[in-house]
Design a protein around this ligand. Structure first.
Ligand SMILES: Cc1ncc(COP(=O)(O)O)c(C=O)c1O
Length: 402
C-alpha cells in the first residue's frame, strides 16, 4: 500500500504552504492565500497522470462515486448494474442516488464480466457501474461495446485503480464519468480524498456544482450567484489536497516499483503447479498494487491463508476475512437496513438481495488470495518473502499434488 508507506518532506512542504496562509478552504479568499491553491494543483496533477480533460477533487472516493453517478444523470428508480465484489461504497453510492443496484457476475479479472452484465440487463437498466478491482482492470473493449449497443451509461469506479490503464488509456476514462479514491490505503493518499474525472465538460460542471451545495463556481470561485441544482457538501479541504498533490507526484515512481516487485513474485510463483493469477486484460497497464493469486479451489485457498497466517506474512481471502468487499458480508444490504431505500420501497427491489445467486463470483472470490505489494521492499526482503509465500502454497497444495 504505497499511500501508507511513503510520507516525507514533500508532503510536509505542501501542507506547510497551506498552514502558512491559514486558508483551509478550497474556494475564494484570493487576497489572503498568497496564490496557494492546493485542490486545484492536486486536480492538475491527477490530470497529468490520467490525461483526463477534467478532474475535480472531493472529500473521499465514496463521494467521488456519488459525483460520477449524479453527473452521469443517475437518479431515482434507475437500475444500475454493480458487481458483488467491490468496497461497499460503490453500492451505497447507487442507493444514495436513489438508484436500484442490480448485482451481476464478475470473472477472473475480479471485475464485472460482459456476460454477467448482459444477463442482468432489464428494460429499467440505465447504467453500469464498473469497478476496477485490486489495481487491475475489467475487459473494457467488450464492456464499452456492450454499453453502446444496449444504450447504457458506463460509469467507472476506479477507486482501487488510480495509475492503471488499458491499452494506454487510464481506467476511469472509458465511460461518461469516473472516480478514484485517495484514502489512506490507496496507491496515493490524501489522508481522505477522492477525485472525479471526465472528458465531458457538462459532466464536470455538474460534479463541481453537486459537490458544493449547487454553487455554480463561476470563474472557478464560489460566490453567491446561481444554484442550478441541489447538491451537498463533498468538498475536499486544502490540507488533504496538499497531501494528495505530493503523493500523486510520486505515482510514476510507485508504479515502476510496484510493477518490478509484482513481476518478480509472479515469475517465481508461476513455477508452482496449481497456482494462477487474476486475469489482466492489459498486463502492462496494471498498477500492481496487489498480487492476486487464484488457487485451484476454496479449500486450497483457505489452507493457503492459514499457512500465510502461521508464517506471519499477510495475504487474505475476501471470503474468510470480514473485509466488507464481498456480497456475502453485506447483511445490512440483504436485510435492507439502509438509510436510502426509498426508490426500492416505492418501486420494489429489482432483485431479492437476501437470496441473490452469483455462483461464478462466489467461485472466483473463494479461490482468490490478495497480497499487498510494498514499494519499499528491498531486493533481499522481496526474495525472502517470495520464498516464504512459495513454501506456504506448496504446503497448502500438497494434499492436491499427493
Ligand atoms: C472500489 C472502491 N470504491 C470506492 C471506495 C471508497 O473510497 P473512500 O474510502 O475514499 O471513500 C473504495 C475504498 O476502498 C473502493 O475500494
Amino acid at each position: 500500500m504505497p499511500g501508507t508507506e511513503l510520507f516525507g518532506a514533500e508532503e510536509r512542504k505542501e501542507v506547510n504552504d497551506v498552514l502558512d496562509t491559514g486558508i483551509l478552504f478550497r474556494y475564494n479568499h484570493d487576497a489572503q492565500r498568497n496564490n496557494i491553491w492546493k485542490a486545484r494543483e492536486f486536480e492538475e496533477e491527477v490530470k497529468k497522470v490520467t490525461k483526463a480533460k477534467f478532474a475535480h477533487a472531493v472529500s473521499s472516493g465514496s463521494t467521488a462515486v456519488s459525483c460520477a453517478l449524479a453527473a452521469a444523470g443517475i437518479g431515482a428508480g434507475d437500475e444500475v448494474i454493480v458487481p458483488p465484489f467491490t468496497f461497499i461504497a460503490s453500492v451505497e453510492a447507487v442507493l444514495f442516488a436513489g438508484g436500484l443496484p442490480v448485482f451481476a457476475e464478475i470473472d477472473e479479472t475480479l471485475c464485472l464480466s460482459p456476460e454477467g452484465i448482459a444477463a442482468a440487463i432489464t428494460p429499467r437498466t440505465k447504467a453500469v457501474l464498473l469497478v476496477h478491482m485490486c489495481g487491475g482492470m475489467a475487459r473494457l473493449d467488450e464492456i464499452v461495446q456492450l454499453c453502446k449497443e444496449k444504450n447504457l451509461v458506463l460509469i467507472e469506479d476506479a477507486g482501487q485503480a488510480f495509475g492503471s490503464s488499458y491499452k494506454g488509456r487510464s481506467v476511469g476514462l472509458f465511460g461518461k464519468t469516473g472516480s478514484y479514491s485517495f484514502d489512506f490505503f490507496k496507491i496515493a493518499t490524501a489522508g481522505e480524498g477522492g477525485v472525479f474525472v471526465t472528458d465531458d465538460e457538462q459532466c464536470y460542471i455538474h460534479a463541481t456544482t453537486y459537490s458544493d451545495h449547487g454553487h455554480d463556481h463561476i470563474g472557478n470561485n464560489r460566490g453567491m450567484e446561481n444554484h442550478p441544482i441541489v447538491g451537498f457538501n463533498f468538498r475536499i479541504g486544502e490540507l488533504n489536497a496538499a497531501i494528495g498533490l505530493a503523493q500523486t507526484r510520486r505515482v510514476p515512481y510507485i508504479l515502476q516499483k510496484n510493477r518490478e516487485h509484482k513481476a518478480f513474485l509472479t515469475k517465481e510463483l508461476s513455477k508452482i503447479s496449481g497456482v494462477s493469477f487474476a486475469e489482466l486484460p492489459d498486463p502492462s497497464g496494471d498498477s500492481a498494487t496487489f498480487l492476486n493469486l487464484l488457487l485451484p479451489d476454496t479449500a486450497a485457498a483457505k489452507r493457503t491463508v492459514e499457512e500465510f497466517n502461521q508464517a506471519g506474512i499477510g495475504g487474505f481471502n475476501y471470503w474468510f476475512v470480514n473485509m466488507y468487499h464481498f456480497i456475502n458480508q453485506w447483511t445490512h444490504l440483504k436485510e435492507m437496513k439502509t438509510a436510502a431505500p426509498l426508490a426500492i420501497q416505492i418501486l420494489g427491489g429489482p432483485q431479492d438481495y437476501s437470496s441473490v445467486k452469483l455462483p461464478k463470483s462466489q467461485e472466483v472470490i473463494g479461490r482468490l488470495i490478495s497480497f499487498g505489494i510494498r514499494v519499499t521492499w528491498t531486493e533481499e526482503e522481496l526474495k525472502t518473502l517470495t520464498g516464504k509465500i512459495a513454501g506456504c502454497i506448496q504446503k497448502a497444495l500438497s494434499p492436491i499434488h499427493a
